[in-house]
Design a protein. Structure first.
Length: 167
């Protein structure tokens, strides 16, 4: 299998991942999950993903669909379409699998995948973290928060490109 095929093979539906994750867990592997828009990949994203991978054996990244990003970030987002974002995330060495979710929150995906550990970066909406943590606790899983440099965000990168940021 060439490298492009390897990258594309890491992109799965949530339903396919359910079975893959069940098999991984049955063989004693720890499955770590995280989610986000991952619109313009920056150092903070790479830091979070690499730290998440260090927590287990298999890292699954769920990306918001284009429509869900538009609902919470506005009509001009995402900058990159979901197929491009999935391919970039899947190309990262630390990522084992990537998938999309259409909902505004990741709870439904967590219910489908049931990872051992769910990771979030600092700075996410506290109510969402609480619901996600409650679900992870209900299945015997763990929630982990990773402090990420908030000075490095996709929104700030976009502002700088547009000339809106202070130099």
């Amino acid at each position: 299998m060439d490298n492009w095929d390897h990258i594309q093979n890491k992109i799965k539906s949530r339903e396919d991942l359910r079975e893959i994750i069940q098999n991984c867990k049955a063989s004693g592997k720890v499955v770590v999950h995280t989610n986000g828009a991952y619109d313009i990949i920056h150092k903070g994203h790479i830091f979070l993903l690499s730290k998440a991978k260090d927590m287990g054996d298999v890292l699954v990244v769920s990306l918001n669909s284009d429509e869900s990003i538009k609902r919470f970030k506005g009509p001009n987002r995402p900058v990159m379409d979901e197929e491009t974002r999935l391919t970039i995330i899947a190309a990262l060495e630390c990522v084992d699998y990537a998938t999309l979710f259409p909902e505004d929150e990741v709870i439904e995906t967590l219910k489908i995948l049931k990872p051992n550990i769910h990771v979030k970066g600092r700075g996410v909406i506290p109510e969402r973290i609480q619901r996600e943590e409650e679900f992870m606790n209900s299945i015997g899983g763990k929630m982990s928060l990773i402090p990420v440099d908030l000075g490095n965000s996709t929104t700030q990168i976009i502002q700088k490109i547009k000339g809106d940021a202070n130099e």
